[in-house]
Ligand binder design. Structure first.
Ligand code: KG4
Ligand code: ZN
Length: 346
């Protein structure tokens, strides 16, 4: 089964072709990062306009790279949320029209579930059923989630951020330090050779809380807004502190918080996975690897090509039989605040 995937939830215009949910035949991603960099973050109007302009070319390129013609496509999968409403709408409208034109079924995919699925794009891995219970740390520009996966489409949320996402902490921190957007790779580069113990930034620990937070375990929830404020004041009071040391200390504080909460959530997991754009961070990958080794479980970081937003994870998840299908998919609307587990096939 050959699925064409379309992903336009934020500032990447992406299309990909995946066979049988696992075999990536092409994966085209056009990043708009340079367009948004002058503004220090994604500007929704610019993002949507650029998707309109570039999506047709990106889809054609995905087909060419896969060396396939239109009639080889069996199904069309598109992200319908969460994300920026205006950006999601571009992909959804284009995919509805294209699915009708090609006379193939449309499948509406949840972006968070697609990120979780991204680890399975390595054809060497067994499927979720053989890895579960699998603990997944999903860390991106918009989300920070810890969840347990019990099988395909069976997600148990354990914790989430109470304020900023981990990627946002990198992006906002970079802006404060005068670095470009997206901030994650910039901070990682600036931190090279720096001393991570130079500044003792806060690790975002919760006060001992008695109750659960929206049904989640407070021990597995994150908070990054205090860290960002600490950087603001530190930088204001120490403008001449060496950038590598400050960047390394800031990165270490984010990574420490992520690893600490992940450790608390490990209980009973057979494997640990990290997905989303921040999972590209080498320091985080190394620390999670150590954690999994200590716990004696398998560590599965998403492939580097599948951490940041891409359409291979969207086509892959549809190929695995997940997502909203049939008439409900043709009627689908953008769902900017969609949560995990809300597009599981009945
Ligand atoms: O998954 P993604 O492409 O988009 C969302 O779904 O949000 O993640 C983008 C985020 C940005 O915040 C970016 O700064 C962060 O991933 N990121 C990184 C690195 N590369 C990208 N964060 C830390 N270290 C990196 N090397
Ligand atoms: Zn994403």
């Amino acid at each position: 089964m050959i699925a064409l995937g379309v992903e336009t939830s934020c500032d990447e215009t992406a299309a990909a072709v995946v066979r049988d949910g696992r075999d990536v035949l092409s994966n085209v991603v056009l990043s708009q990062a340079a367009m948004h960099a002058p503004y220090g973050g994604v500007v929704p109007e610019i993002a949507a306009r650029s998707h309109v302009e570039h999506l047709p070319g990106v889809i054609e390129r995905a087909l060419q790279d896969a060396d396939l013609s239109w009639d080889a496509i069996d199904t069309l999968a598109v992200t319908y949320g969460p994300g920026l409403a205006s950006s999601l709408l571009v992909g959804i409208s284009a995919s509805k029209a294209l699915a009708q034109r090609l006379n193939v079924p449309l499948v509406a995919i949840n972006h968070l579930e697609a990120h979780v699925y991204s680890i399975l794009l390595d054809p060497e891995l067994p499927d979720f059923n053989d890895l579960s219970p699998l603990l997944v740390l999903l860390v991106s520009g918009g989300h920070t989630l810890l969840l347990r996966v019990h099988g395909l489409g069976r997600y148990e949320p354990l914790g989430q951020t109470l304020d900023d996402a981990a990627g946002e902490a990198f992006d906002k921190g970079a802006t404060l330090l005068g670095l470009r957007y997206p901030g994650g790779p910039e901070i990682e580069r600036a931190a090279e050779g720096g001393n991570p113990g130079f500044v003792d930034f806060p690790r975002g620990r919760q006060k001992k809380s008695t109750g659960r937070i929206a049904g989640l375990d407070p021990d597995c929830c994150f908070s990054f807004s205090g860290l960002k404020t600490a950087l603001l004041y530190y930088h204001r009071d120490n403008p001449d502190a060496p950038l590598p040391d400050v960047a390394a200390s800031y990165q270490e504080a984010i990574v420490d918080a992520l690893v600490d909460k992940t450790r608390r959530a490990l209980n009973g997991a057979r494997a640990l996975a990290a997905v989303g754009g921040v999972a590209l961070n080498t320091r985080l990958r190394d620390r999670l690897n150590e954690l999994a080794n200590e716990a004696g479980i398998r560590y599965i970081p998403a492939g580097r090509a599948y951490c940041t937003d891409n359409a291979a994870m969207v086509a892959g998840l549809a190929g695995a039989g997940q997502g909203i299908q049939g008439e409900a998919a043709q009627q689908i609307d953008a769902a900017p605040s969609l949560g995990l587990g809300s597009s599981t096939a009945p």
